[in-house]
Design a protein around this ligand. Structure first.
Ligand code: PSU
Ligand code: MN
Length: 306
């Protein structure tokens, strides 16, 4: 399918037209979230996990000024190789990137936007952006939260990293009316570990219940998305005694170097990975697979309700 700005890959367009399950996947995680070649390998495997669980994957990106819902293997490889050279595209970048015919890596924000344009309802990622520690002076609050407040896509993530102020992130989501759901848990997960010390609003135990919740929100015409915190499986969870000091050190270095704005999150992600000697990357990959599985199963249940 083609329109003025958006290209929906044939397989994805067919699935959407036939009310079959589709799961959106983001591309910043490929270009900025992981190193090459693990990023390409993971991106392709995540698509396979979505397929194995009965849904069609649609990795979302901007290529040559076109919004893409669904990438080819070649395009995923291209994205992974170019890595952080590709501009990280948030909401404010989208028009400029398209007007200039450039490439853009889609964050949670722009993946939600493009998924919604393409009528995709469920999106799986690793972690979302949020309110940064020290935001009371820097005002660094991810546009992801604003998008969750406004765009009706369900985002399945493993919570957020404590590179953020998780408590303030949840406060912000509450203010903006975003339901925060725990998949099989009352605890909001902290990405590398299953518990952040904060509670979710509601616990849900099955993909069918997630699908029903999403449908109810849409039927009620409520604006905004739903955030699902799906904890990292125990066997891949990290030792808080290792990950927490690494995060603290990464933040201290970030502040000392005066890194600001959109560079902050990619810097922190890379630093944490460096400080944990690759262990954090393994956990990161596994939790993305786990989110893709839950998202695909939810999309399957959702297609039964449509
Ligand atoms: N947090 C992670 N992994 C990620 C990101 C955040 O644990 O890959 C990426 C996502 O694409 C997210 C973006 O949408 O960073 C948020 O960036 P910022 O904090 O600049 O809004
Ligand atoms: Mn920011």
């Amino acid at each position: 399918m083609k329109d003025k700005f958006l290209d929906v890959k044939d397989e994805v367009a067919k699935a959407i037209a036939n009310k079959q399950p589709v799961v959106a996947l983001e591309s910043t995680i490929i270009s900025h979230g992981m190193p090459y070649p693990q990023n390409v390998d993971t991106a392709l495997k995540v698509e396979q996990v979505v397929r194995d669980n009965g849904a069609v994957p649609a990795t979302i990106a901007v290529i040559g000024g076109r919004l893409k819902a669904g990438l080819t293997e070649y395009e995923i490889e291209y994205f992974g190789k170019k890595g952080p050279e590709i501009k990280k595209a948030s909401r404010r970048d989208l028009a400029a990137i398209c007007a200039r015919g450039e490439d853009g890596a889609c964050t949670v924000t722009t993946t939600m936007m493009i998924a919604h344009m393409a009528h995709i309802k469920i999106f799986a990622t690793g972690g979302i952006g949020g309110v940064h520690r020290g935001a009371e002076t820097t005002m660094d609050i991810s546009a992801d939260l604003e998008e969750l407040a406004n765009t009706p896509v369900m985002v399945v993530c493993a919570g957020c990293k404590s590179i953020l102020d998780i408590g303030l992130t949840l406060e912000y989501l509450e203010t903006h009316g975003v339901p925060v759901i725990g998949m099989g848990t009352e605890d909001f997960p902290a990405f590398y570990t299953s518990k952040s010390g904060y509670k979710v609003d509601y616990r849900v135990d099955t993909p069918a219940d997630l699908a029903k919740l999403y449908m109810t929100s849409r039927d009620m015409n409520l604006k905004g998305g739903i955030l699902v915190g799906n904890p990292i499986p125990d066997e891949f969870s990290m030792d808080p005694g290792i990950i927490n000091p690494a995060i603290d050190k990464a933040i201290a270095e970030c502040n000392a170097l005066g890194i600001k704005g959109k560079e902050t999150t990619p810097f922190l992600l890379a630093k944490v990975k460096e400080l944990t000697g690759g262990d954090s990357l393994d956990s990161n990959i596994q939790l993305v697979f786990n989110n893709a599985k839950v998202a695909a199963q939810t999309a399957v249940e959702l297609s039964k309700l449509m």
